[in-house]
Design a protein around this ligand. Structure first.
Ligand SMILES: [Zn+2]
Length: 340
């Protein structure tokens, strides 16, 4: 196998067989100091594809940061065929403030790609990140969590109509894939449109390190790197069951019909049957209860964590399953129960 190409970015070059930790300047503060983003480039001894791993495009979404750090710094990269571009904290100002959006005019960095060097601060930052570290790659994994106050089961969002993107999503081996091309300006949409097949991974809640989700995601990263030939010591995973949900499938955010305090009866990832009471909303005296029932049998992909709601606030994200998937989940759950 031939020696890897060097990886180059503005002001730096990482040779074959070299790992480099860089603090890369993406903007400046009000005081004129550099805003520096941590970057680790792991360039393998042998040639192969370049894969990026990004996290914290939303500054308070932490689970992915730990996934990217472990891959960059705790793995043995002996024999790596290709290059890993590891960006654990994309949105440094939002991360420092522990907020979702850039604190500068509340801009969403994840609607600012591919960026523009002559536009807003968000688009300038996006431009620096995009052209230096993302556009030169062959495959991309972008890690997110649910919005603050809610939690998601680990799932992938990807445009399954694009065969190259579908290859990445399938190799990641999550049970649930929600298929869409993604919003304009989002990292995964803009990269995928420019020929770098990219998926989003949603996992858990903001402001936390959730170990079981992190461990599962790390195994899935191994699977993707194996699928694309960067590693040869692992296998491509099969998740046991898989459902791909697209626009034609029924999915809904069930919203609160009354304000109050929520008692949630299920966990993320649970199967609920039509008519089941998913949660109860009560007033402060517990004298009036609103029972929120499942409108159809499906999977709770996301649920609220903060139990306080106004009418109209989202309670849970329910997706309908086909019969085969439903039976596969029931069978897997029974198998899990038997292990106890
Ligand atoms: Zn996010």
């Amino acid at each position: 196998m031939s020696e890897a190409e060097p990886f180059t970015y503005d002001g730096g070059i990482v040779a074959s067989g070299e790992t480099r930790n860089v603090r890369y300047t993406v903007s400046e503060t009000y005081l004129g100091d550099a805003v520096r983003m941590p970057v680790t480039i792991v360039n393998g001894e042998q040639s192969g594809p370049t894969v990026f791993l990004t996290a914290a495009a939303h500054g308070d979404e932490l689970n992915g940061i730990e996934v990217v750090r472990e891959v960059a710094h705790e793995w043995d990269h002996e024999g790596l065929a290709g290059t890993l571009v590891c960006l654990p904290v994309l949105n440094v100002p939002a991360f420092l403030a522990q907020e979702r959006y850039l604190p500068i005019y509340d801009r969403d960095l994840n609607r600012s790609f591919p960026g523009d060097p002559d536009s807003t601060s968000a688009k300038r930052m996006a431009h620096e990140i995009f052209r230096n570290f993302l556009a030169p790659c062959d495959v991309g994994l972008d890690f997110h969590t649910s919005t603050r106050g809610r939690t998601n089961m680990l799932h992938v969002r990807a445009d399954m109509g694009d065969p190259e993107v579908a290859r990445v999503a399938n190799a990641f081996a999550s049970n649930v894939i929600i298929s869409s091309d993604g919003p304009s300006g989002s990292l995964r949409r803009e990269l995928s449109d420019s020929g770098v097949p990219t998926i989003t991974i949603e996992m858990g809640e903001a402001h936390r390190f959730q170990r079981p989700l992190i461990d599962s995601a790390i195994e899935s990263v191994r699977s993707v790197l194996t699928e694309f030939g960067l590693r040869d010591s692992d296998t491509v995973r099969w998740p046991g069951w898989r459902t791909v949900i697209d626009d034609s499938d029924e999915k809904t955010w069930i919203r609160a019909d009354s304000g109050g305090l929520v008692d949630m009866h299920y966990d993320r990832g649970d199967l609920v049957y039509e008519g089941d009471v998913i949660c109860t909303i009560a007033n402060p005296f517990k004298t009036e209860n609103t029972l929120m029932r499942a409108p159809f049998t499906g999977l709770l992909v996301g649920i609220l964590e903060n139990p306080l709601v106004y009418p109209g606030n989202p309670l849970c994200h329910l997706v309908r399953l086909d019969d085969r998937t439903q039976r596969a989940i029931e069978w897997n759950r029974r198998a899990d129960d038997d292990d106890w």
